[in-house]
Design a protein around this ligand. Structure first.
Ligand code: BQZ
Length: 671
């Protein structure tokens, strides 16, 4: 038996290749972007006044706006005050299940849910905030104050803000989300909000119609302000949803989740645009929200763009159409498309511009670490779980993978970097000295599996479980909506053959993949990781299994039991400590320990890391410099779409329903 001392397996981690194409943000303070205040006068598109207000079917704009709307400051708008008109034509690869976001339905991604759902705070635009002033932006919660001991946080909602059908937004909506979704174990809101997202034992109460009060176990857990942003604290319209919730009706939870199918038009939202038309597998059209509660400094009610399109296609087609100019926006995130996209957008006649950000797209091979039944594994799968929970096994898989080749199989050039797992090189809390790297070493990998007694007893090239057991067969879940996900999965399968592991593809489309992953129905998965490993401060609680239903590859079984490995206990303790520490030096040190334990224990097997690029049609103005496609959130949030506009002389005639507004909730189309 070949026992290889651990330190002999480690090596020097190569630095990522130089990548100069990055555009830099202009760093500012929160107060430079926005404020809440009443303005002397307000305006709207002329046709809204003439066709609706003058006709008496809509109150005057000043009455539709809150007492103190959110005001975007002109000085922070790259092209200044905008003009009304035009459309942003998104192309997306997802498909809407329905409009019940807080009930757990997906809307198709690609900026749909980000645009419909407004949240207590906002973090997408934080990429442009000075590091020393980093704190979530006020949003539906326009201000807050901590109690002296830091255990209570009182938040003030935007008084007089309304849903897009004119119904008042208030603490009833906030408490409906908290009491009947977060605190109801039968509901899994989209984007995974759970009680632990806001801290063990945290409570929330309404003081009055516009004031809520949080009570935490820890003092000054400022971290949770990030969890109050997209995707985990974005209230839904209680006046529409509550009557369908099982607590207030005879509906089952499944019936409640599916009570608002995609065909249901004009669902009330707090976002800038409302769905008014849906053609399956074709398009979702949205029209401006007449009650939107944000304005520019001249009092013009936002948004500037009258219409939003989401063409239902593929993620790859999103890149193609954005580069070609038949679409307007894309997060270039599939490395296979980079060379062509760069070539096309370099032409003078190119309709779109392309701006690369930092290396914040990262993929990992994640092994299901639950040994006590999450996902109801059969005997074969249980045996794989037991292997996954063995460090030598994870190490063997990690050093059998040639990450250089994996990266190059996606795209050649200075894009992909060797990524061992954990926090990303080039991000705020990353520390190279704390990153343990096990370089490619197939011979040592085989040695480790020999050491585990996984011999190929039936000489068919596949190792067997000990004592003449079956072949070691492992299923690999991946998202078939992305070429990158399946290409990496195929790379993993091919590179593990010489290790004598039979890895079997289980490629599933978007929502099916997401549901399987959330239910633990996988041995291994290839996953594009979220914001938590980029910014750390966004989605912090998900950096370790800090709760039974919060981590992507280790959740509790049906009895709520979480069988953490010893190093996971350490990671959980570090993450919980990070949440309650506001000292930057201490935070940096905590994350160094986190990175060391993570990479030393091969918590997940890093595959590759590369920069993404925002592709945006050149006719759009007010696109912030240096907008990354992914940092605290996706670019659909980062670029602040409600203040994006198209100068009059460049406007296209793409509106499908010009001069119309959303109709009644559930009613047919725009009016
Ligand atoms: C961006 C994003 C906006 C979800 C989704 C999709 C889901 C996952 C992930 C990305 C898409 C785009 O990502 O790829 O560029 O537009 O929508 O929400 O992959 O299947 O569940 O986490 O964000």
């Amino acid at each position: 038996m070949l026992a290889i001392p651990a330190q002999e397996l480690t090596g020097e981690l190569p630095d990522p290749p130089e990548f100069a194409a990055q555009s830099e943000p202009i760093f500012v303070s929160v107060g430079d972007i926005q404020e809440f205040k009443a303005l002397p006068e307000y305006h709207e598109p002329d046709w809204v006044t003439s066709k609706y207000v003058d006709a008496g079917t809509l109150p005057p704009v000043a009455e539709r706006l809150p007492k103190e709307p959110l005001v975007y400051k002109t000085a922070n708008m790259p092209d200044g005050i905008g003009v009304y008109g035009d459309t942003m034509r998104h192309v997306i690869g997802g498909r809407p299940e329905g409009w019940n976001y807080i009930g757990g339905q997906a809307q198709g991604w690609g900026g749909i849910d980000i645009g419909l759902s407004e949240c207590l705070t906002r973090t997408g635009p934080l990429f442009m905030i000075k590091a020393e002033e980093l704190e979530p932006l006020p949003n539906l919660a326009k201000g807050w104050e901590w109690s002296e001991d830091g255990k209570q946080l009182t938040m003030h909602l935007v008084e007089g803000a309304k849903w897009s059908d004119g119904d008042a937004f208030d603490t009833e909506d906030v408490m409906f989300y908290w009491d009947d979704h977060i605190m109801d174990p039968n509901v899994s809101p989209l984007n995974g909000g759970t009680p632990e997202t806001f801290g063990q034992g945290t409570t929330l109460e309404a003081i009055d119609a516009y004031t809520i009060k949080w009570t935490f176990q820890e003092a000054f857990p400022t971290q949770y302000l990030y969890a109050m942003a997209y995707g985990t604290f974005c209230p839904g319209p209680s006046h529409i949803l509550k009557p369908e919730h099982p607590k207030y009706s005879d509906n089952t939870y499944e019936q409640y989740k599916n009570a608002f199918p995609p065909e249901y038009m004009n669902i009330p939202v707090m976002g800038a645009w409302v769905p008014v038309e849906y053609r399956p597998d074709d398009i979702i059209v949205m029209r401006r929200n007449p009650y939107y509660w944000k304005v520019d400094e001249n009092g013009n009610q936002l948004p500037y763009l009258n219409e939003m399109h989401y063409r239902l296609s593929t993620w790859t087609d999103r890149d193609v159409q954005a580069v070609a100019g038949s679409g307007d926006f894309s997060n270039l995130e599939q490395a296979e498309s980079y060379v062509e996209a760069l070539r096309r957008s370099a032409e003078d006649s190119a309709p779109a511009r392309l701006q690369f950000g930092a290396r914040t797209i990262g993929y990992a091979l994640q092994m299901n670490l639950s040994g006590n039944g999450w996902g109801e594994p059969d005997d074969r799968a249980q045996s794989v779980r037991d292997l996954n929970r063995n460090l030598d096994f994870r190490k063997a898989v990690s050093i059998a993978l040639d990450r250089q080749r994996l990266g190059e199989s996606l795209v050649r050039g200075p894009f992909t970097a060797i990524y061992p797992g954990g926090l990303y090189a080039g991000t705020t809390y990353y520390d190279k000295a704390s990153t343990v790297y096990y370089p490619f070493n197939l011979e040592a990998a085989n040695g480790l599996l020999d050491g585990l007694g996984l011999a190929d007893t039936d000489a068919n090239g596949v190792r067997n479980f000990p004592d003449g057991g079956a072949d070691v067969e492992i299923t690999l879940l991946a998202n078939s909506d992305y070429g990158t996900d399946t290409n990496l999965a195929e790379g993993v399968m091919a590179q593990l053959e010489p290790l004598g592991l039979r890895v079997i593809a289980n490629f599933q489309s978007g929502t099916a993949r997401d549901d399987m992953a959330a239910a633990g129905q996988f041995d291994w998965q290839v996953a594009r990781q979220g914001a938590e490993l980029v910014s750390v401060v966004q989605g912090t609680a998900a950096l370790a299994p800090t709760g039974p239903r919060i981590h992507t590859f280790h959740r509790a079984n049906a009895d709520g039991e979480l069988d953490l490995l010893p190093f996971e206990e350490e990671l959980v303790a570090l993450v919980n400590k990070f949440v309650t520490t506001s000292d930057n030096a201490e935070r940096a040190d905590i994350m160094k320990q986190y990175q060391r334990i993570f990479t030393e224990n091969v918590y997940s097997v890093g595959l590759t890391q590369y920069p993404g690029a925002l592709i945006i049609n050149k006719r759009f103005a007010n696109i912030p410099a240096g907008s990354p496609i992914m940092m605290f959130n996706w670019a659909e949030d980062n670029i602040i779409r409600e203040r994006v506009f198209v100068p009059e002389d460049r406007q296209g005639s793409y509106e499908l329903h010009p001069e119309t507004l959303p109709g009644e909730p559930g009613g047919a189309g725009p009016v």
